[in-house]
Design a protein around this ligand. Sequence first.
Ligand SMILES: *[C@@H]1O[C@H](CO)[C@@H](O)[C@H](O)[C@H]1NC(C)=O
Ligand SMILES: *[C@@H]1O[C@H](CO)[C@@H](O)[C@H](O)[C@H]1NC(C)=O
Ligand SMILES: *[C@@H]1O[C@H](CO)[C@@H](O)[C@H](O)[C@H]1NC(C)=O
Ligand SMILES: *[C@@H]1O[C@H](CO)[C@@H](O)[C@H](O)[C@H]1NC(C)=O
Ligand SMILES: *[C@@H]1O[C@H](CO)[C@@H](O)[C@H](O)[C@H]1NC(C)=O
Ligand SMILES: *[C@@H]1O[C@H](CO)[C@@H](O)[C@H](O)[C@H]1NC(C)=O
Ligand SMILES: *[C@@H]1O[C@H](CO)[C@@H](O)[C@H](O)[C@H]1NC(C)=O
Ligand SMILES: *[C@@H]1O[C@H](CO)[C@@H](O)[C@H](O)[C@H]1NC(C)=O
Ligand SMILES: *[C@@H]1O[C@H](CO)[C@@H](O)[C@H](O)[C@H]1NC(C)=O
Ligand SMILES: *[C@@H]1O[C@H](CO)[C@@H](O)[C@H](O)[C@H]1NC(C)=O
Ligand SMILES: *[C@@H]1O[C@H](CO)[C@@H](O)[C@H](O)[C@H]1NC(C)=O
Ligand SMILES: *[C@@H]1O[C@H](CO)[C@@H](O)[C@H](O)[C@H]1NC(C)=O
Length: 785
Amino acid sequence: MGHCNASASIQLVSLIILSGILSLETIKLGFCNDNHNVGCIDIERKALLKLKQGLTDPSDRLSSWVGEDCCKWSGVGCNNITGRVNRLDLGNRDGYEENAFDGEINPSLLVLKDLEYLDLSMNNFVGVQFPSFIGSLEKLKYLNLSGLDFVGVIPPNLGNLSRLLYLDLSLGTFSTDLHWLATLSSLKYLNLGGLNLTKATSYWLPTVNRLPSLVELHLPLCGLSILPLTIPSINFTSLLVLDLSGNKFTSTIPPWLFNLTKLEKLDFSVNSLTGKLPDSLGHLKSLRFLNLSYNSFQGSIPKSIGNLRFSYDSHVDLTSNRFEGPLPLWSSNISLLYLRDNLFSGPIPHNICQVMPNLKYLDISTNSLSGSIPLFLGNLSQLQFILISNNLLSGEIPHFWNNMTSLLCIDLSNNNLSGEIPHIWNNMPSLGCIHLSNNSLSGTIPRSLGSLTSLEFLILSSNNFSGEVPSLKNCTYLRILDLGDNKFFGPIPAFIGERMLSLKILSLRSNSFTGSIPLKLCGLSALRILDFSHNNLSGNIPHCIGNLSYLKYENTDYYSLGCIGSFELVSKGRMFVYDYHSILALVTSIDLSDNKLSGEIPMGLTSLIKLGTLNLSVNHLTGIIPANIGNLESIETLDLSLNKLSGSIPQSMVSLTFLNHLNLSYNNLSGKIPTGNQFHTFIDPSIYEGNPGLSSCPLPTGCQDNEGVPQVPSGDGGEDDDSKLEKLQFVISLVIGFCAGFSGVFGTLAMKRSWRYAYFQLLDKVKDVVLDFVSAIGTYLQKRS
Ligand SMILES: *[C@@H]1O[C@H](CO)[C@@H](O)[C@H](O)[C@H]1NC(C)=O
Ligand SMILES: *[C@@H]1O[C@H](CO)[C@@H](O)[C@H](O)[C@H]1NC(C)=O
Ligand SMILES: *[C@@H]1O[C@H](CO)[C@@H](O)[C@H](O)[C@H]1NC(C)=O
Ligand SMILES: *[C@@H]1O[C@H](CO)[C@@H](O)[C@H](O)[C@H]1NC(C)=O
Ligand SMILES: *[C@@H]1O[C@H](CO)[C@@H](O)[C@H](O)[C@H]1NC(C)=O
Ligand SMILES: *[C@@H]1O[C@H](CO)[C@@H](O)[C@H](O)[C@H]1NC(C)=O
Ligand SMILES: *[C@@H]1O[C@H](CO)[C@@H](O)[C@H](O)[C@H]1NC(C)=O
Ligand SMILES: *[C@@H]1O[C@H](CO)[C@@H](O)[C@H](O)[C@H]1NC(C)=O
Ligand SMILES: *[C@@H]1O[C@H](CO)[C@@H](O)[C@H](O)[C@H]1NC(C)=O
Ligand SMILES: *[C@@H]1O[C@H](CO)[C@@H](O)[C@H](O)[C@H]1NC(C)=O
Ligand SMILES: *[C@@H]1O[C@H](CO)[C@@H](O)[C@H](O)[C@H]1NC(C)=O
Ligand SMILES: *[C@@H]1O[C@H](CO)[C@@H](O)[C@H](O)[C@H]1NC(C)=O
């Protein structure tokens, strides 16, 4: 849990920034909760009870709302002199669905004339009209209606709340103009994140610019498309936080921005902003959080950025732009630096640990960095993430990580690194992920790696590693073990099945493993992908394979795994590169192809009803295709070719309605090819050829009378739609991927209403940006296959 989790800490920081500003006021407003010397006023108590009556309260959050003194009820606060209710906190802060109120919000609240603080956030109120009476609660200073699905429009009388300091309407589902905003002259904090503000796109900036006290402005995902380059005069120079992420701005960075010299947090991520970063960026001397990720900025980073005195624990995110030039390693205080997916080139400066000693998270993957990995990276004692994949780095991996006690994740995949894995892995109690695939590394897996008891991801595929697999018995939390495309030999260790009970992906493909498949592996109850293809395995397919329980039952555990990088998988006859986040939601597979397995196909296999790909081709399997193979209701790819199977093709296969890639060639099958359902599309003769006893009817080539048989170009018929679907699923998972970081968090996230909202909003609104990205991936896929 929590390993390799970057986004959690980011959330934390933004909360800290927020609470830094909020705390003063909250204390002022919230103080009156205790110590009141006057009891609660009767009409107010009755008003609250009416409110309670209207609410559905599934988890009994209002159980304390009994008795005379309503000031003691949970969520209720009173003025300690007048005894009047001034605070009502009914927010469902944790966002758990099961704690959400529903029902109606009774206008009896209007009786609470002195109400200053009202929080109803993250409750349900499905289909409820926006309660227009709120605009009459004139003393309100804090109003939080975040995450409420009210229907209708925002009532313009909200503009009467001239004392309002905090207004949070984020993650609502309605659209609104902004005329009502102009009169909220005391406003310090405004969050309309996720509201559809397209109606206001031409005048939103002048409007908020007229709010003289504004300190924090959050308008992410609002559908805004115009970011004026000039505004007449700037009077929100006191702004500390500006979040305009996820809109549709296409301009360059507006010059007025650099007059907001107090700015501490700037988020322009997920827009289409272009141009170079101007030198005047150096004016923003108070900046400590800069997020320009997912835009089209280009050019090198201006030198003036070195003037920025980022305070301790600053975050800089320039992910996915077209920045170029040398790596901007400039300020000693930055702790999170994301430069992934740009065009930075040149070496990683060897004095990096002197320049940025406080780094916790370094992501410089997917650039064009060359040279070697600095020897002294190990002096960055706080470093938790080293993500350097997809560059042109060469040379050996330095023995730098000994003593890096905070390290959580190392990703050096897709470089040109050579030599051996360092042999000493001491003092790294938290290391959760090692990703070294696609390099030219050689030698054996060091024994000491087996002492990493927190390891969850060990991905060494596509290197030149050799030798037997050492004991990894103590790595009991492993979730991905990928040793594919190497030169490992010896038997498949039985401890994998005995000790790694969390294993979800096990790939030993393309090695020289020998012996039989250990029976113990059948106990891997979380396993979704088993790939032993292209080895020298012999013996039978274990009968217990039908016990792999993840593949047997309906699962909801889609998101409980994530890691940086990608996973290659042959499916539907093509190579797909999946993001680790997506893979579990999409793919289940058993691939034992190209071995020397003999015996029959075990009956048990047919109980794996969630299996998507089954490839047993190129073995010595005998006997028949199990008659009840039709039970594999999720199967999409089935390849049994190049074996010695006999008997007929079971008629039950016509019920495999998801099947779109079938290969039965080169066996001893006989009888008729079944007809019905999608079998009418399996008319490519090559998938049946090499079975002398098989009647070639209804193949177009085989029958005299081939009338009525649809002509399909080739075996990959329907691939277009198919690959669209493939991409679509990829879109979804990628968005989740870049939002959620590591999945330990995402697992919990699935249940949390607030976060769920945020992600769904994002899913909806960033689609366009991501689609571009996906087409880039598409190109990448084509190049590879
Ligand atoms: C009443 O509340 C105010 C703040 O609202 C506080 O300053 C004051 O000390 C409180 N008085 C008592 C008697 O608790
Ligand atoms: C409003 O409530 C949401 C969820 O309960 C919370 O995340 C947010 O910080 C609150 N807004 C303000 C301004 O306090
Ligand atoms: C509140 O706002 C409405 C509409 O904006 C307006 O008609 C009304 O006069 C306002 N009420 C007060 C008391 O200012
Ligand atoms: C936003 O609202 C406008 C009309 O105000 C509408 O045309 C548009 O489709 C809405 N956008 C979204 C994403 O809902
Ligand atoms: C803010 O600027 C607007 C023009 O955009 C101006 O009308 C208004 O008076 C200014 N307010 C303050 C407080 O300076
Ligand atoms: C920004 O500030 C400079 C002086 O520091 C001033 O000359 C310029 O007009 C300001 N720009 C805007 C857009 O207000
Ligand atoms: C680092 O942060 C500290 C504390 O916020 C600050 O005083 C110092 O100037 C910063 N150093 C640099 C080089 O920005
Ligand atoms: C890294 O630390 C070692 C001692 O732990 C020290 O000898 C070396 O000079 C440091 N290197 C740099 C570049 O700071
Ligand atoms: C690791 O730490 C130990 C003791 O803390 C020290 O003796 C050793 O020199 C350190 N190794 C490196 C490579 O810094
Ligand atoms: C990879 O490194 C080797 C030397 O280790 C070098 O000969 C080769 O050219 C490099 N390949 C690339 C693509 O940089
Ligand atoms: C595994 O843990 C046991 C008990 O802590 C220890 O004795 C053994 O040496 C460890 N094995 C490896 C390979 O680290
Ligand atoms: C920057 O913004 C992107 C997209 O909005 C987000 O995924 C990322 O976590 C943000 N970076 C930081 C450091 O908060």
